[in-house]
Write a protein that binds this ligand. Structure first.
Ligand code: UD1
Ligand code: CA
Length: 456
């Protein structure tokens, strides 16, 4: 069967109250139009035509890499008019046309395939569904014989029609020539002064009554955007749980589409895992962590409220609570990065630790290194960035500053409170703090002087 898909995406999206075109808003971390295009592609159509209009350059730019063609609707005169704008691409096409809206990302390709199977012998069909709250949708008005008489929009509906809970999902399948014929006949004599696509059913249509109303949420405002996202986050969480991931609260767990997670990993509430992140097995991801485009190997513990971007966390490491691993961080394995530690372009060898309150930027640290509390790599001189290189088995005491560029030899020891500005040879002790002086009885003498002054 020859098939072309038309996706309507030209609308102003007025109800979003935004500068951004509606179809580019993210639903669960992915622009809503991408869902519709992905579902369409699974049907192997001859062509996917996207009707763009409002801020079309942003939409075409976003879809640039996808195999779709564009039709421009310069003035948004309604859904019927939008399809008319694509009529040039349909002339002479001998096949079926599937019409979808760019604002319904939850549609499953399996459902579309079933609908096509149902509708392939019919001249024109559409999908309806029964919903609990029909407000805002077009209602399907049926006659005494149950045949469809028309679809009436909320704004044009009378009280009785408003009570109908069977709605138009906005998905149609029609013979190309029948569609063009019927489009020719529609007008804009309605409450919104628009050319309604729904009017193509006025001369009869077959209806495919779908089961799951959630698939057909049309996103018109930011509340519906949130409802749709929630549904998708849940679908993904369920998918991961079926693959062996333990999710403590699947309603508060946000996993992007391309994320991979190994079995027996446990995810606590309010965790956001995004982009191309891969997480191994038997990890524990505690509450409030956000992980972006990173690789986390097996048996890693990410403790509460840690933020990890474009980083690699090697096997059996522990990060957080409240740590930040910025782009270019590589923990090579068995590492401990504790609370209030920030790393950036930091390669940290096996078994090395930075347990508290530390900044490690632009550095290479060997194996088995202990970085004391409060250590800072001073990597920036106001103009350029410099590197700190630390060998294996180095012990860095607390409150040390490494003024980069600087190289610290293996097996050396850096005394607490030192400001290191020169390279340290292997095995040396480096210490830069002033010597301690104890002045006996000083406090008593000082207090007595103060009291005398005040006349006490
Ligand atoms: C539409 C249907 C309604 C259905 C609902 C399902 C009409 C008249 N109404 O209503 O019966 O229940 O979808 O979600 O068709 N668009 C254009 N050009 C335009 C107008 C709209 O491309 O001139 C696009 C929009 O970008 C959107 C889609 O068409 O992707 C639907 O438009 P929208 O304004 O959201 O229609 P609804 O009022 O939701
Ligand atoms: Ca809509």
């Amino acid at each position: 069967m020859n098939l072309k898909v038309i996706i309507l995406a030209a609308g102003k999206g007025t109800r979003m109250k935004s500068e951004k075109p509606k179809v580019l808003f993210d639903v669960a971390g992915k622009p809503m139009i991408d869902y519709v295009i992905d579902a369409s592609n699974k049907l192997n159509p001859d062509e996917i035509i996207v009707v763009v209009g409002n801020k079309s350059e942003l939409v075409t730019e976003h879809l640039g890499g996808k195999n779709v063609s564009f039709v421009h609707q310069t003035e948004q005169k309604g859904t019927g008019h939008a399809v008319m704008c694509a009529s040039q691409s349909l002339k002479g096409f001998n096949g079926k046309v599937l019409i979808l809206c760019g604002d319904m990302p939850l549609i499953r390709h399996e459902t579309l395939a079933k609908f096509i199977e149902f509708a392939k012998k019919s001249k024109l069909s559409f999908i309806s569904v029964k919903v609990r709250k029909p407000e805002g949708y077009g209602r399907v008005v049926r006659g005494a014989d149950k045949a469809v008489l028309k679809i009436v929009e909320e704004k044009d509906a009378n009280e009785a029609e408003k009570k109908i809970n069977e709605i138009n999902t906005g998905i149609y399948l029609a013979d190309s020539d029948i569609l063009l014929e019927r489009l020719d006949k529609i007008d804009n004599k309605n409450a919104q002064g628009e050319y309604y696509l729904t009017d193509i059913v006025n001369e009869g249509a077959d209806v495919f009554l779908a089961e799951d109303e959630k698939e057909f949420i049309g996103i018109n405002d930011k509340f519906q955007l949130s409802v749709a996202s929630k549904e998708v986050w849940e679908r993904r969480a369920i998918w991961h749980m079926k693959n062996g991931v333990e999710i403590l609260d699947f309603e508060n767990c946000y996993i992007d589409e391309d994320v991979e997670i190994g079995p027996d990993t446990v995810i606590y509430p309010n965790v956001y895992i995004s982009g191309s992140t891969k997480i191994g097995k038997m990890c524990k991801i505690y509450a409030g962590c956000r992980i972006v485009d990173s690789i986390v190997e097996d048996e890693v513990e990410l403790k509460d409220n840690s933020y990890i971007t474009e980083s690699f966390v090697g096997k059996n490491s522990s990060v957080g609570p409240m740590a930040q691993l910025r782009p270019g961080t590589k923990l090579l394995g068995d590492n401990k990065i504790g609370n209030f530690v920030e790393t950036k372009k930091a390669i940290i060898g096996k078994k090395s630790k930075a347990s508290h309150l530390t900044y490690l930027g632009d550095c290479e640290i060997g194996e088995n290194v202990n970085i004391g509390c409060g250590t800072i790599t001073c990597n920036y001189d106001g103009i350029s960035k410099h590197k700190t290189i630390i060998g294996d088995n180095v012990f860095v005491g607390s409150d040390v500053q490494f003024v980069a560029p600087v190289k610290i030899g293996s097996n050396s020891l850096i005394g607490a409170g030192s400001t290191i500005t020169k390279d340290v040879p292997e095995g040396a002790l480096a210490i830069t703090r002033g010597e301690q002086r104890n002045i006996e009885g000083w406090v008593k003498r000082w207090k007595e002087k103060k009291m005398k002054f005040r006349g006490e």
